[in-house]
Design a protein around this ligand. Structure first.
Ligand code: LMR
Length: 369
C-alpha cells in the first residue's frame, strides 16, 4: 500500500473512532416529586423520546425526589448550568423576581382546565416565558398537575376552621396571602421537608393536588382532607438558556418536538393520576375526605377574592384581566355547546358572537377539574 493510501486508511479509521467515541450531550433533568406523578412520568417520557429520536446523541438523566437539589437550590443550579432542565411549580418563580407567574396561584381564578391551557399556550404563556430570558432561562412548556386540595389534622369545612392553622406553602406571596385571608398561618417550606414537618407537627396542614399528597404519603399524617379545588398547581419546564442556545440546531429542533409530544402526554395523564391518587387515599382509610359543597365554596371564594385585588399590581392588572377574559370566553363557549342540540330543532342564521367582556370577578362555579 502506498503511503498516501495508508494515510487515507488511517484518517478514515480515526474519523470512525472519533464518531463512535463522541460523548453524548448530557441533559440533567432534576425535579422534586416522586417518579410516579404526572411530572415524574413525563420527565421519563421526555428522556425516552429525546434519546430515541436523537439516536443516542443526547442522554437525559432524570433525578426525581429532590435527589440532586431542593426547590430553591434547583433554580440556582439551573442558572449556573449544573443542571439543564427543571420543571418547577409555577408558584416557585417569585423568588427569581418574576412575580407575574403568581397569576397561577390566585385562588379560584381558573374555573377549568380549558381556561388554563388557553392561558398557558397563548399570549400570557409567551409573555411569562419572555420574562425568564433575562434570568438566563428559556421556557419550554407548561405542564399540568391539577387543582389543589387542603389537608390538615383538623376538619376544614368553613373559613373559620382555618383560624390559627399552620399551613405549609410553596414560596409564593400569593399563597401566603391566600392562607392569611383564611386566617391560617402560612409557612414556606421546601417540598422535600413537608412529610416530616407534618409528621412532627411543625405544621398542621398543607395544600397540594392528590398525586403529590398520595406519593409523598402525606395522607398517613393528615387526618382530614377537603376537596376544595381552590387553587391550581402547574409547572413550567425550563432550560438553561446558554445551554439551549448552544445546542446544534437539529438536536434542538428534535428536543423541541420531543417536549411538545411529552406535553400532550403529560396533560393527558395528569387528571388520571390525580383521580387514581384520590381513590388510593380513600382506600387507605387514614384520612377523612370532605367535598366542599357549592354553597361553602362560594363563601371561601368571597373570603379569598381580596387576594386578587391585593396582587393586581405585582402580577399585572392586564394579565389578570386577560385570564378573566379567557375564563369568560370558555364559559360562553361551553354554554353555547350545551344549548347547541336545541338549535338543531330550529335552524336559523348564525349570529356573530359579541366580544367577551372581562369577568367582574372570578367564576363562581368552578367546574370540578
Ligand atoms: C410543592 O412544593 O408543593 C409542589 O410544587 C411540588 C411539585 O413540584 O409538584
Amino acid at each position: 500500500m502506498s503511503l498516501r493510501a495508508s494515510l487515507l486508511v488511517f484518517a478514515l479509521g480515526f474519523a470512525a473512532f472519533t464518531v463512535q467515541a463522541a460523548e453524548p450531550i448530557v441533559i440533567k433533568f432534576s425535579h422534586v416529586v416522586a417518579p410516579d406523578t404526572p411530572k415524574g412520568r413525563a420527565a421519563e417520557y421526555f428522556k425516552k423520546l429525546a434519546e430515541e429520536r436523537t439516536k443516542g446523541a443526547v442522554k437525559v438523566e432524570v433525578y426525581p425526589n429532590s435527589q440532586l437539589y431542593k426547590d430553591r437550590e434547583e433554580m440556582e443550579a439551573l442558572q449556573l448550568g449544573a443542571v439543564q432542565i427543571l420543571a418547577p411549580s409555577l408558584a416557585k418563580f417569585g423568588p427569581l423576581g418574576v412575580r407575574a407567574f403568581e397569576l397561577f396561584d390566585l385562588p379560584y381564578v381558573f374555573p377549568n382546565k380549558e381556561t388554563l391551557y388557553r392561558v398557558m399556550d397563548g399570549d400570557i404563556g409567551k409573555k411569562l416565558f419572555g420574562m425568564l430570558e433575562a434570568k438566563g432561562i428559556t421556557g419550554m412548556a407548561f405542564w399540568d398537575n391539577g387543582f389543589k386540595q387542603m389537608s390538615a389534622n383538623k376538619p376544614m369545612r368553613t373559613v373559620e376552621d382555618f383560624k390559627g392553622l399552620k399551613m405549609r406553602i410553596q414560596s409564593s406571596k400569593v399563597l401566603e396571602a391566600q392562607m392569611k385571608a383564611l386566617g391560617a398561618n402560612p409557612q414556606v417550606m421546601a417540598f422535600s421537608e413537608v412529610y416530616s414537618a407534618l409528621q412532627q407537627g411543625v405544621v398542621d396542614g398543607t395544600e397540594n393536588p392528590m398525586s403529590n399528597l398520595y406519593t409523598q404519603k402525606m395522607h398517613e399524617v393528615q387526618k382530614h382532607l377537603t376537596l376544595s379545588d381552590h387553587g391550581y398547581l402547574g409547572y413550567a419546564v425550563i432550560v438553561n438558556k446558554a445551554f439551549w442556545a448552544g445546542l446544534p440546531p437539529d438536536i434542538r429542533a428534535t428536543l423541541d418536538k420531543a417536549m411538545a409530544d411529552t406535553t400532550v402526554f403529560e396533560r393527558k395523564i395528569a387528571q388520571e393520576d390525580n383521580d387514581q391518587a384520590l381513590a388510593k387515599v380513600k382506600a387507605a382509610g387514614t384520612t377523612q375526605i370532605y367535598t366542599l359543597p357549592y354553597r361553602d365554596r362560594v363563601v371561601w371564594q368571597q373570603a379569598l377574592l381580596p387576594v386578587h385585588k391585593e396582587f393586581e399590581e405585582k402580577i399585572g392588572r392586564d394579565l389578570i384581566n386577560s385570564a378573566y377574559l379567557i375564563a369568560a370566553q370558555v364559559e360562553k363557549e361551553k354554554a353555547a355547546q350545551t344549548k347547541a342540540p336545541a338549535a338543531k330543532d330550529k335552524p336559523g342564521p348564525a349570529k356573530a358572537k359579541p366580544a367577551a367582556k372581562p369577568a367582574a370577578k372570578p367564576a363562581t362555579n368552578p367546574e370540578k377539574k
